[in-house]
Structures are given as C-alpha cells and as structure tokens.
Design a protein around this ligand. Structure first.
Ligand code: SF4
Length: 401
C-alpha cells in the first residue's frame, strides 16, 4: 500500500493540535478557532474520534425516552423560536392534568425517561410545576424526569420571587431528576441581546447549572449554532462550559443543536446548516470539551444520516426514541418524530459501534431479554469513561433516581 492512501494531516497548521490531542493536553481558544476554520475536516473528525474512543471504546449510548411539552405559551419572545405562542394566540396549548397523566400512563414499560421543557408561561406559579412533576411520578414512580432548562428555572425563580436553590430543592422534592441543557443558545452577551433578550443570559444560566451540580442534580448543555454567532463566539461558548465543568462538575453531555430557520423571523434570510458544518461542530466540541463525558449526535436535529456519521466525528451518544417532538419540528426539522429502539441500535451497529442502552445518568440498562445482546457491562467500559461518568453522580447518588 502506498503512503498516499494512509490518513494524513492535509492542513499542516493542525499538527501542533494533533500533538496536544495525542498527549491529552487541553486545547486553547485559538486552537478551537483554527479547528472551526480549517478546510481539513477529516483531520478534525479523526482527532475527535480518537478522543471519543479513548473515553468510550466502541460503546455508543442511547435511551428509551419520551419528550413532553406541557405548554408552548411563552412570554420570552426569542427571535429564533417557532415553538412558542403568546397567551390567547392560535396554536398555543397548555395540557390538562388528564392529558399529561394519559400520556405518561400510556408509555411503554421500557421507557426510562420523560424529557420535558416548556414555554415561560405568564400565569403558572412554581406550585404548578411541582404538581406537574408529582403527577407524572404518581403515574410512573420508576421514571426519571429530565425536566426544565436553566432558563426556565431562572424564570420560575423570578416569577415567584423564590431563590434558585429553593426552586431546585422544591422541584427535586417533587420528582425532578436532572435538568435539560437548553436555554443558553450561545453564552455570549451580544447574541443574548440580539436573539433572546426576554430570557436569562449567560451568567444566570451558568449559575443555575452550578447550583444544580452542587446539589447533586446532573445536567447537560447545548449550543444553538448557525445563526448570528461568529466562530469565535462558538469557541467562547465552549470555553465557558469547560470552565464551568471544572468549577462545579455535573454536565453529563454536550449537545450541538443546528438552528432551523424555517417558520422563524430568519426564514427568508438564513440557510440551514450543512452536514459539513454540523459534523465540524460535533468534532470541535469533542476536542474542546475535554472534561465532558459525552458529545451527543442528537438525531432529531441533525437528521438520522448526519447523526450516524457523527459517530465517527466524536459523538458517543445518539439520544433516545423521543416519540413526539414539537420544538424542532415546528421550526422545520424534517427528522422523523420517532426512531424505534431497534432503529437506533441498527444506526449504531451499522456505524461499527456497540449500542448500549443507558438511563438518563448513563448507567447501562440491563433487561432480561437483552441478556444475549452485545451490551458491555459498566465494569468492562474503559477506565476513562467510568471515571468521567462518576462526575455526574459523585455527590449524592441516592437522589438521582
Ligand atoms: S425558546 Fe423557549 S423561552 Fe424562547 S420563546 Fe421559545 S419557548 Fe419561549
């Protein structure tokens, strides 16, 4: 075989970064910008894949979950949002207790998580959200409630004049298991002012996550990319998250979300992200966020095809079965509403990896009927991954169910 056929670094400027990755050294913000601008995407992907393999071996995680949006009525008015409606507007909803209990009661016994985020409703007090969690738990006590973004938690705090730690403590007592990672979009004040001035900014969002982590409530983090943010601002976002994880660990995964402009203020002037941009964002996140256990290829926003390829660009999780989704689909996502568990497993296996069903906090789920499946037990996972997973439940493991 000639050496021309072997993988090589086409952009020589990436060589110092490759050496840092080899040595396991932290990358700088300048490195991040270079990774976002180099035309040598395959080297960026290969480096990210090296880091992923170091953390997770061949394992790719997924879960059996259900999304639930109890209300899309919202006062925040974010410019990129196609999901929200103001009170009284056509297309707005607030589900009744009967509807919510019916949805939860109808879930398969295999479902391990409900993932719920909502609009900033003008009238609902914190009591309503406590009742919401309690009712879901009373129908399915075994289920993990991944509920609310940090922006919602901040809004509940302002709305009811209750400090954030007390909001979190009350919601946890009602059944909250972990926080969702949305609501920050891009952790840069310029973007906050222009795109979503009606909800909390970077410092408040980070403060809610740090508080949750110190209380033993794990969370995830996202970026909404491909709108008005610059490449430098994307890197700034990643560096802020990395510093936050250093200070108060508890982020389990990072989820890059490409902006879908259809049905939004930007519909006529913005183009959806290309697969090239999406794969690069996944890979650069994996390289910059050296203290995050996972980067997720969220099939619902990337589409199943790009999500599958992203498993070779640094992603170690593909999210869950979802079942019903409004936020991305109202913004024009053409991904399906549901991928079955066998469909997720097939996507992972075709990519040459081993599917591992996880619960919300990344513990492998063991099912009797899967005893023959090639699911590696936690003890067999690479040491680095086990160490990384401990970040999420280090403080108070008994409270995370
Ligand atoms: S993104 Fe969230 S907070 Fe902003 S308008 Fe939409 S529902 Fe409201």
């Amino acid at each position: 075989m000639t050496t021309e056929l072997l993988p090589r670094i086409a952009d020589q400027r990436l060589e110092p970064i490759a050496e840092k990755v080899e040595r396991g050294e932290r990358l700088s913000a300048d490195d991040g910008v270079l990774l976002l601008t180099t035309p040598d995407l395959l080297t960026v992907g290969r480096l990210a894949d090296t880091v992923r393999a170091r953390l997770c071996g061949d394992a790719v995680f997924y879960n059996v979950n259900r999304h639930l949006n109890a209300t899309n009525i919202c006062v925040a008015g974010c410019k990129f949002c196609a999901f929200a409606r103001v009170k009284g507007e056509e297309g707005g909803w607030l589900k009744s207790w009967e509807e919510i209990e019916g949805i939860v009661g109808g879930l398969s016994s295999r479902t391990t998580e409900i993932h719920t985020v909502n609009g900033h409703h003008p009238d609902l007090p914190l009591d309503w959200y406590e009742e919401y969690l309690r009712r879901m738990k009373s129908v399915r006590p075994d289920i993990h409630l991944k509920a609310f973004t940090a922006a919602e938690i901040h809004y509940f705090s302002e709305h009811d004049s209750v400090p954030v730690p007390e909001v979190l403590q009350r919601l946890r007592a009602a059944g909250l298991g972990s926080l969702s990672g949305g609501g920050c979009e891009v952790l840069v004040e310029r973007v906050h002012r222009k795109m979503f001035p009606g909800k909390c900014g970077a410092s408040e969002w980070l403060d809610v996550h740090a508080t949750a982590h110190r209380m033993g409530i794990p969370t995830t983090a996202t970026i909404l990319f491909n709108h008005i943010e610059t490449l430098e601002e994307r890197v700034e976002h990643l560096v802020k998250l990395r510093e936050a994880q250093d200070e108060a660990p508890g982020f389990m995964a990072f989820v890059p979300l490409p902006f879908h402009p259809e049905n939004t203020f930007f519909a006529r002037r913005w183009r959806p992200a290309t697969g090239y941009t999406e794969l690069r964002m996944v890979a650069v996140a994996r390289l910059m966020l050296d203290n995050f256990p996972h980067v997720k290829a969220y099939w619902l926003t990337l589409g199943t095809e790009i999500a599958q390829i992203a498993l070779s660009f640094g992603a170690s999780d593909i999210d869950g079965t979802v079942e019903e989704e409004h936020i991305m689909h109202m913004a024009g996502s053409d991904a399906p509403q549901l991928v079955t568990e066998s469909g997720l497993r097939r996507m992972i296996e075709e990519a040459g990896r081993v599917p591992v069903e996880r619960d919300t906090i990344y513990r492998p789920v063991r099912r009797a009927e899967m005893a023959q499946a090639q699911t590696p037990p936690l003890d067999d996972l690479p040491h680095a991954l086990r160490e990384a997973l401990l970040v999420a439940w280090r403080s108070e493991p008994e409270r995370l169910q």
